[in-house]
Ligand binder design. Structure first.
Ligand code: DAH
Length: 354
């Protein structure tokens, strides 16, 4: 057996391999050489009949050919795989420069959420009256959400707002974290970051751990307002509240003011509006009393001013916490607050489109 036989075998194998286009055929060819009774296998079996001299040259040559077959077969299989992928890509090519190929229904437009529309409208009204618009974090500490607002740890008013707390055993008292229960937190942040006189509003989402129904959600929005200056009185408060409601509803809305208790204001009020859903007849939104609590407000408590670094002997002010979602419901005649968070496009797209 000469070394030329091996060269011929190798050439023949490479030539056969190059003509194949299917993986199965490649594997069959491999079996012809390396299978149980394949050409190379047979050669190796016959080694024992060779002279020691021939064995020395034939052995390495046979093994080398075996390695070449294995390597070339693997290379061929890889190549066929790449070719198959390329072919698929070519067949399924999507030209995204044609919008038709994106299968977009070009007739559908996004819309503003009704809450966004009302919020923008209120912001514009307040901006025109010289108010700033502030923002604050959703995760707050106990100081900002409660203590600075005249609600110390043992105060029963904490029960008015069911709170989502973060469990952190290591937190010192007063530094525990929570999801803010109201936007009044921004009163504190606003006071601490500016000097009087000032006036600002702060719209935002708030969180309460409570049962949901037509008029209650765990996640809802409020719009806080605060004005601090010298000689601010209840009449300033009433003026601003009436103006804003008239602007929003574009008509005179029946309102009533009654005493209300909130630790951060003194005196405190509840401003109710006649339910616009049922015109005062009674429905699930107004809990069948014909009035909707919309605007709790009052004169800022001296303790709150002090916590905000403001001298209560010199300055005073008013604050309010508008229930933004309720206002949205009144304005658009929405009878269930849960629609607002539903993310249901059938609901969302009914309002102004872009
Ligand atoms: N933070 C109160 C709440 O969520 C609402 C509120 C009441 C805000 C009176 C005020 C206010 O600024 O003066 O229930």
């Amino acid at each position: 057996m000469s070394s030329l036989d091996f060269e011929a075998l190798k050439t023949e194998f490479i030539q056969k391999l190059s003509q194949l286009t299917k993986e199965a055929d490649v594997l069959n060819l491999k079996a012809d050489y390396l299978g149980k009774s394949g050409i190379i296998t047979e050669l190796l079996k016959k080694m024992k009949d060779l002279s020691p001299e021939d064995r020395k040259t034939v052995g390495p040559k046979a093994n080398e050919l075996k390695d070449i077959v294995n390597l070339e077969v693997q290379k061929k299989i890889d190549l066929l795989e790449v070719e198959a992928i390329n072919q698929k890509l070519a067949e399924n090519r999507i030209d995204i420069s044609y919008t038709e190929n994106l299968k977009v229904n070009s007739n559908s437009h996004g819309g503003y959420h009704p809450r966004t529309l009302v919020q923008q409208e209120i912001e514009d009204i307040f901006l025109s009256m010289g108010f700033d618009v502030l923002d604050g974090p959703h995760i707050e500490n106990e100081f900002t959400n409660f203590e600075a607002l005249n609600i110390p740890g043992d105060h029963p008013a904490r029960d008015m707002q069911d709170t989502f707390w973060f469990h952190d055993e290591k937190s010192p008292v007063g530094k525990k974290h929570l999801l803010r229960t109201h936007t009044s937190t921004i009163q504190v942040r606003g006071m601490l970051s500016r000097k009087p006189p000032f006036k600002f509003i702060a719209p935002g989402v708030v969180f309460r751990c409570e049962r949901t129904d037509a008029s209650h959600e765990m996640v809802f929005t409020q719009l806080e307002g605060m004005m601090v200056d010298e000689n601010i009185s209840v009449s300033h408060l009433i003026y601003f509240m009436k103006t804003i409601l008239k602007e929003i509803f574009k008509r005179d809305v029946e309102v009533r003011l009654r005493p209300g208790f909130f630790p951060f204001v003194e005196p405190g009020f509840e401003l109710d509006i006649r339910c616009l859903i049922c015109e005062g007849k009674g429905c699930s939104v107004c809990k069948h009393i014909g009035w909707v609590e919309l605007l709790p407000c009052g004169m800022v408590h001296p303790n709150v001013l002090k916590a905000g670094g403001i001298d209560p002997e010199k300055y005073n002010g008013f604050a309010f916490g508008l229930g933004l979602d309720r206002l949205v419901m009144m304005k658009y005649g929405i009878d269930d607050i849960r629609h607002l968070q539903s993310a249901d496009l059938r609901f969302n797209t009914q309002f102004k489109t872009y």
